[in-house]
Design a protein around this ligand. Structure first.
Ligand SMILES: [Zn+2]
Length: 148
C-alpha cells in the first residue's frame, strides 16, 4: 500500500499530500484524529535500521514541515509523533515503515465520538486534504527545499 500510493495517477485519491526525493507525505485513511498524517520512505523497508542517512534526513525535515502545516491550519495543542515498528508494537503496515504525526487537542479523546468502534471525525478526509495540501506544499518548499 505504501509502495503504490505515491505512484497513483490521482494523488488526491491516494491521499498523497507531497512527494519528496526519498520520501513522501500521506494522510492516514483511518485517522486517530483530524489531520493524522504519515511520512513514508519510498523504499519498502520494515525497520529504521534499514533507512539510510538521506532518507532519515528528509523524513525528519518532512515531519517538521507537517507539524508546521498542521499547526497553521488546525492550531492543535500538541502532537504525537512516532513509529510503531513491528506488529507487536501495533504497526498496521509493519512491512513498510512510516512515521505518524497526530495532532492533539485538549480533551480530544472525549469530544471524538466513537460509534460502533468507528471514530466520527469533525471533517471528511477530502476536506482535510484540501485544507492541508497547500500548507504542506508551502512548508515543504521552505523546510525541505534545500534537499531537493
Ligand atoms: Zn511497501
Amino acid at each position: 500500500m505504501f509502495c503504490e500510493a505515491p505512484l497513483a495517477e490521482d494523488p488526491k485519491q491516494a491521499l498523497v499530500l507531497y512527494k519528496g526525493k526519498k520520501a513522501y507525505i500521506i494522510l492516514n485513511k483511518y485517522p486517530y484524529n483530524t489531520a493524522h498524517t504519515m511520512v513514508v520512505p519510498y523504499r519498502h523497508v520494515s525497520s529504521i535500521l534499514l533507512l539510510d542517512k538521506d532518507e532519515l534526513f528528509e523524513m525528519s525535515l518532512m515531519v517538521k514541515a507537517v507539524v508546521k502545516a498542521i499547526t497553521e491550519v488546525y492550531k492543535p495543542h500538541g502532537f504525537n509523533i512516532g513509529i510503531n515498528m513491528g506488529e507487536s508494537a501495533g504497526a498496521g503496515i509493519a512491512e513498510h515503515i512510516h512515521i505518524h504525526v497526530v495532532p492533539r487537542w485538549c480533551g480530544d479523546t472525549n469530544y471524538t465520538l466513537i460509534i460502533g468502534g468507528v471514530k466520527v471525525l469533525p471533517e471528511t478526509l477530502d476536506q482535510t486534504y484540501e485544507k492541508l495540501k497547500p500548507a504542506v506544499e508551502k512548508a515543504c518548499k521552505e523546510i525541505c527545499g534545500e534537499n531537493e
